[in-house]
Design a protein around this ligand. Structure first.
Ligand code: DX5
Ligand code: ZN
Length: 219
């Protein structure tokens, strides 16, 4: 499978959000990555339902909603209703992950699980068949523009092997510090989806930058 690219709108200009979503629509991007932060699970607060609703109005690509919130079960249906196509919860925020994954699927969305850099990927072993996308955090979640953590490569390789051993069709998404320096080795290690925030939105030519990420060799 050719890898996917998901620009993160955390780095967008919220004063002209429709313009930035339109840029993604016109680009080769596959998904629109939306980071929801509650100030509890992570130190930062980003945005919630009203912004997602605004994105939904203009988005022509699937919305990949990454929840960095405590007790996400409270809001699964609400996020579906504001446009989430892929809904990702954090393993560290879910006491009953099996139940949460079933609930997301029953609501008609694809189910994602994000894992912090310090969490062993092997903890996903039992439920991997229920996960459409594992979001491997390559920075500590909470902020855009952070430095990529190099031990991520090894985590991706181990996760890829786990998915193959279980004969699952789970995609591996990488989130944090994805740029021209890190992306090729991530694809080589087994990444299927590249999330990129500051690398795309801080560039002079965001459409061209997305095209560059899409054009990388897929291993
Ligand atoms: C971080 C978020 C990321 C963030 C990535 O907690 O989950 O999606 O937007 O930003 P960059 O690509 O700038 O590291
Ligand atoms: Zn994210």
């Amino acid at each position: 499978m050719k890898h996917l690219v998901a620009p993160s709108i955390l780095a967008a200009d919220f004063g002209q959000l429709a313009h930035d979503i339109d840029m993604i629509n016109r680009s080769e991007a596959d998904w629109i990555h939306c980071d929801v932060m509650d100030g509890l699970f992570v130190p930062n607060i980003s945005f919630g339902m009203p912004i997602l609703k605004a994105v939904q109005k203009v988005a022509k690509k699937p919305m990949d909603v990454h929840l960095m919130i405590e007790k996400p079960d409270r809001y699964l249906e609400a996020f579906r209703d504001v446009g989430a196509n892929i809904l990702t919860v954090h393993l560290e925020a879910c006491v009953h992950l099996d139940r949460t994954l079933h609930a997301i699927r029953d609501l008609g969305m694809k189910a994602g699980v994000a894992i912090n850099p310090s969490t062993p990927v092997e903890l996903l072993s039992e439920v991997i068949h229920l996960i459409d996308v594992v979001c491997v955090m390559s920075v500590n979640p909470g902020y855009g523009g952070q430095k990529f953590i190099p031990y991520t490569y090894d985590r991706v390789r181990r996760l890829k092997a786990l998915i193959a051993a279980k004969e699952a069709s789970t995609l591996i998404e990488i989130d944090g510090g994805v740029a021209e320096k890190t992306a090729p080795a991530l694809l080589e290690a087994g990444a299927d989806v590249l999330v990129a925030g500051s690398y795309v939105f801080n560039s002079d030519d965001p459409v061209g930058t997305i095209q560059g990420l899409k054009g990388l060799l897929n291993f």
